[in-house]
Design a protein around this ligand. Structure first.
Ligand code: SAM
Length: 286
C-alpha cells in the first residue's frame, strides 16, 4: 500500500478532525466540497452537519473504503463520491470546502477554489505549516511573497490551529496548520493573470528595487513590449513612438513613485496602483 504516491497521511486525532469541521461553521442547508477524503474521518463529521457533501478522491481504494463506511446508513444519500484528480475535475456548486489534501497540490487547490464561480462562503484547509504561514504573511515580514499577495488580493486568510505530525498515521515529515480562506465578495475586478504577471516580476527578486526587477531581469521589457504591440493592434490604437518602450516603463515607475520600492515591503494597494498605471498606458502582463 503505497501511501506516498497520493500523500496519504490519515488524520487520526478525533479532536483535530472535529475541530476542523466545526471551524467551517456549517449550516444544515450547506453543500460541502471535500477534497481528498481518504477513509472519511472528516467526511463522517461533515455529513452530520451539512445538507449534502461531494467528495473528490483520486485513489479508488480510498473511495471504496469511504463508500463502505456510510453504506446502509442515512448519511449515504447525502454523500456524492467523485473519483479522480481534483485538479482536473469540474467542480459542482458548493458553499464550503473542507480539505486535508497532500501538500503537493496546495497551490493549485487554493487557486482553483478562488477562481471557482459562484464564490463559496469559506474554505477550511490543512496545509504544511510553512505554506500556511506564507498564505498569512503580511507585507514587510520575512514570509511575504507572491503567494501571499496573490491569495490576499482575493480573500481573507485566518489561522485556525496548529496540527502536530503525530495527529496523522503515518506521520508526515512536516508540521501542519489549518487555515480558513474567506473570498472577498464581490471579488476585486482584477484579472488574476494580470496581477500574477506583475507579482511574478517583482517578487522574483523581492529585495531588489522594482526598477531592477523590470530592467535587470532578462526578457521582462521584451515581453511587456510584445504584449503592448498585441494590445495596440487589437484595440486599433497607434503605438506612441516618441519615446522607446523602455523609457515608457521607466516613466511609469517614476511617476508612481515605485521605482525604488521593494516588493518585500509593498502591500496589495501598492501593487494595484502600479498595475493600474501600466494598464492606463496599455501595458499588460499576460
Ligand atoms: N482527508 C483524509 C484525512 O484527513 O484523514 C485523508 C488525508 S490524506 C493527507 C490525502 C488524501 O487525498 C488521500 O486520500 C489521497 O488519496 C487524496 N488525494 C491525493 N491527491 C489527490 C488529488 N489530486 N485529487 C483528489 N484526491 C487526492
Amino acid at each position: 500500500f503505497n501511501t506516498d504516491r497520493f500523500g496519504q497521511h490519515i488524520l487520526k486525532n478525533p479532536l483535530v478532525a472535529q475541530g476542523i469541521v466545526d471551524k467551517a461553521n456549517l449550516k444544515p442547508t450547506d453543500m460541502v466540497l471535500e477534497v481528498g477524503p481518504g477513509t472519511g474521518n472528516l467526511t463522517v463529521r461533515i455529513l452530520e452537519q451539512a445538507k449534502k457533501t461531494t467528495v473528490v478522491e483520486m485513489d479508488p481504494r480510498m473511495a471504496a473504503e469511504l463508500s463502505k463506511r456510510v453504506q446502509g446508513k442515512p448519511e449515504q444519500r447525502k454523500l456524492d463520491i467523485m473519483i479522480g484528480d481534483f485538479c482536473k475535475t469540474e467542480l459542482p456548486y458548493f458553499d464550503v470546502c473542507i480539505s486535508n489534501t497532500p501538500y503537493q497540490i496546495s497551490s493549485p487547490l487554493v487557486f482553483k477554489l478562488l477562481s471557482h464561480r459562484p464564490l463559496f462562503r469559506c474554505a477550511v484547509l490543512m496545509f504544511q505549516r510553512e505554506f500556511a504561514l506564507r498564505l498569512l504573511a503580511r507585507p514587510g515580514t520575512a514570509l511575504w511573497c507572491r503567494l501571499s499577495a496573490n491569495v490576499q488580493l482575493y480573500s481573507k486568510v485566518d489561522h485556525i490551529m496548529k496540527v502536530s505530525r503525530n495527529s496523522f498515521r503515518p506521520p508526515p515529515q512536516v508540521e501542519s496548520s489549518v487555515v480558513r480562506i474567506t473570498p472577498l465578495n464581490p471579488p476585486p475586478a482584477i484579472p488574476f493573470e494580470e496581477f500574477d504577471g506583475l507579482t511574478r516580476i517583482v517578487f522574483t527578486r523581492r529585495n531588489k528595487v522594482i526598477r531592477a526587477c523590470f530592467f535587470g531581469a532578462k526578457g521582462v521589457i521584451d515581453m511587456l513590449e510584445a504584449n503592448h504591440k498585441t494590445w495596440c493592434a487589437e484595440k486599433e490604437v497607434m503605438m506612441d513612438d516618441s519615446t522607446t518602450f523602455a523609457q515608457k516603463v521607466e516613466a511609469i515607475l517614476v511617476e508612481t513613485g515605485m521605482a525604488e520600492n521593494r516588493a518585500a515591503k509593498m502591500d496589495i494597494d501598492d501593487l494595484l496602483k502600479l498595475l493600474a498605471a501600466f494598464h492606463e498606458k496599455g501595458i499588460h502582463f499576460s
